[in-house]
Design a binder for this molecule. Structure first.
Ligand code: DC
Length: 227
């Protein structure tokens, strides 16, 4: 695919563990776009609070500290992406269960969202990007040329997270993961500001019974249709 405009933007939204980042990364690589994992940004803010012993409930202190939170991404040679917090690689720390279970709260704070959305728009401006998250089509990039909403059953998502965790040496039981995912869905979908929602012009894809490559192919067909 080499006829894609330089400023073509793809928004991929969906609930936790719906496969967004794996798929977004592969598409970004195929079409030579910048990949922006917005969930990693909210996770980095949550980790910052932990590192500085700020209570996750303490909205004001977290928001006051945002000016000292610098988040960057660095592409690795094997098409993965490192998340840097104030220059340090935190890619592993932001995926620990403690951060995963507190990021919904921290990402619900108005000041946190405002700061992250501004950075996300800045990175995307004028560039070919694939951005994944919860509010990309609804808030961050409402003019994106292609909007995808990925869904999968809670069982399937818990299974995927279980396999990922096993590879990382994290051994949370499957039943616990199902409860945590359902709880995160509830928090992400019911929060006041920019909740997880499917916008009218987003195309929904249920990935429960699809392979990663099938989803990638489907989205790349949709890109072709938009050109
Ligand atoms: O995609 P993820 O699981 O890494 O996202 C972590 C959390 O960040 C998720 O529970 C909700 C929040 N988030 C958000 O509020 N808005 C986004 N655009 C991306 C993530």
């Amino acid at each position: 695919m080499n006829n894609i405009p330089e400023d073509f933007q793809i928004a991929i939204d969906g609930p936790a563990s719906s496969g967004k980042s794996t798929i977004a990364k592969l598409i970004a690589d195929d079409i030579n776009a910048i990949y922006i994992d917005t969930g990693a940004m909210y996770r980095a803010v949550t980790l910052y609070a932990k590192m500085h012993e700020i209570d996750y409930e303490d909205q004001k202190t977290i928001e006051d500290n945002l000016k000292d939170v610098q988040i960057n991404f660095q592409k690795t040679i094997d098409n993965d992406q490192k998340t840097l917090l104030n220059g340090g690689d935190v890619s592993f720390e932001i995926r620990t269960p403690e951060i995963t279970n507190n990021v919904s709260l921290v990402s619900s704070y108005a000041g946190v969202r405002e700061a992250m959305v501004a950075q996300q728009r800045e990175i995307a401006r004028g560039n070919r990007v694939v951005m994944d998250g919860r509010d990309i089509a609804s808030t961050v990039l409402p003019d994106a040329q292609l909007k995808i909403f990925l869904v999968a059953s809670v069982e399937e998502r818990a299974n995927r997270r279980f396999k990922e965790n096993t590879l990382k040496g994290i051994d949370t039981p499957l039943e616990t993961l199902m409860i945590e995912i359902a709880e995160r869905d509830r928090k992400d979908s019911t929060r006041e500001i920019s909740p997880l929602t499917k916008v009218d012009d987003a195309i929904e894809i249920d990935t429960s019974n699809m392979t990663i490559q099938e989803v990638v192919n489907k989205i790349e067909d949709l890109i072709q249709e938009k050109l």
